[in-house]
Write a protein that binds this ligand. Structure first.
Ligand SMILES: Nc1ncnc2c1ncn2[C@@H]1O[C@H](COP(=O)(O)OP(=O)(O)OP(=O)(O)O)[C@@H](O)[C@H]1O
Ligand SMILES: [Mg+2]
Length: 361
């Protein structure tokens, strides 16, 4: 399928000159007969938020464990801040691990320690003194909006508050990279939004690079700059978030996105016939400049009474309009569907014939 999104949006990172924080080159890791990672290559640059999405078992957590050195790779290379971590001993890995903060789905807080003690834990491990630890914990709790909970214990906090503590703790040792493995999966949608907003805020305030693993496209859409889709241990699609939403290429991406993009209502899809009917049903996808402007008003004017809007809408992702509509074009004038398609294509839309609706009034 030809892409109607500019090629630059599919491959270009936000700032090509920015330092590479993570580089994976053809990384492979197999467990028995299962190739958990089957040749993954990707780059995350300083200040970028990369979302990694894939269904259960795709290899996401294995990727994260290889990145923080908890798992060895079978072949390929991993560089963090330009330093090769593959093949290092446990001792050599330790200082590099401190450059990476992690947040988890189940927060992993120590229940016998206060919120401030949990946040300060990485500094204690580093050997920082008590005054310094408390000062830094205070700053971090302010950053995540939990100054009043310093002396509280994790059991008295909500899920969202626990994750804020997890984020503060992950930032304590001033990491270069934050890894998030399904950090919002245990939270309700509103709390998820507030945690994503916090991560975005930290990303802009501190310039922190974030690699975010999720199976939810909405999480990627909320804060990521780019998204990489992995399936069966392979990187099957990568691009700026808006362009992948506008024009997903791989079947797995289309499937992961199905809940986030307008779909033809099922009762209409069920009655479509492949060859003929009272109206031809078209899907129309547009993104960027093509999605701006009065397309349907212009179509009405050029070809009066040539279509009925069935379903769809315009979304805004990373400030880019991304539109997807379904229209019905009556077939009583046999030449009309072709004229409508040509008009839409000339305006930069991607048009697909989905079938014919016998019931169209
Ligand atoms: N330690 C292990 N031993 C054996 N098989 C493993 C191990 N770790 C992962 N796997 C297998 O590797 C594949 C990838 O697992 P991984 O945990 O990376 O997936 P995931 O994308 O994180 O899935 P989920 O979304 O369910 O968390 C799966 O088939 C899994 O069963
Ligand atoms: Mg996982």
């Amino acid at each position: 399928m030809d892409s109607f999104v500019p090629a630059s949006a599919i491959t270009a990172p936000p700032d090509e000159a920015a330092e590479e924080i993570v580089r994976l080159t053809d990384v492979k890791r197999r467990f028995g007969a299962t190739p958990a990672l089957d040749g993954i290559s990707l780059t995350v640059r300083k200040g970028e938020i990369l979302g990694i999405i894939g269904r259960s078992g795709a290899g996401k957590s294995t990727l994260i464990r290889c990145l923080n050195g908890l798992e060895q790779v079978d072949s390929g290379d991993i560089h963090i801040e330009g330093r090769r971590i593959t093949g290092l001993s446990e001792k050599e890995l330790q200082p590099l691990r401190r450059r990476i903060g992690m947040i988890f789905q189940h927060f992993n807080l120590l229940s016998a320690k206060t919120v401030a003690e949990n946040v300060a834990l990485p500094l204690k491990i580093e050997g920082a003194g008590k005054t310094e630890r408390l000062k830094r914990a205070g700053e971090l709790l302010e950053l995540v909006g939990l100054s009043d909970k310093a002396r509280a214990y994790p059991s008295s906090l909500s899920g969202g508050q626990k994750q804020r503590v997890g984020i503060a703790r992950a930032l304590a040792a001033r990491p270069a990279l934050l890894l998030s493995d399904e950090a919002t999966s245990a939270l309700d949608p509103e709390t998820t939004r507030s945690i994503l907003a916090l991560l975005k805020d930290i990303n802009s305030k501190l310039g922190l690079t974030i690699l975010l693993i999720t199976h939810e496209m909405e999480v990627v859409r909320g804060i990521a700059d780019r998204v990489a889709v992995i399936d069966a241990g392979r990187n099957v699609e990568e691009g700026q978030v808006w362009s992948v939403f506008a024009d997903p290429q791989a079947a797995i991406t289309q499937s992961l996105l199905s809940g986030s993009r307008p779909q033809l209502p099922e009762h209409i899809a069920a009655r479509l016939s492949p060859k003929s009917g009272a109206a031809q049903i078209l899907s129309i996808d547009m993104a960027g400049s093509a999605a701006q402007g009065a397309l349907f008003a212009d179509l009405s004017q050029a070809l009066p009474q040539s279509f009925c809007l069935v379903h769809g809408g315009i979304d805004h992702i990373q400030d880019q309009p991304v539109a997807r509509f379904f229209i019905a074009v009556p077939t009583r004038d046999a030449a009309l569907p072709e004229k409508v398609q040509q008009f839409l294509k000339a305006r930069g839309a991607r048009v697909e014939v989905l079938g014919y609706d016998p019931d169209h009034a």
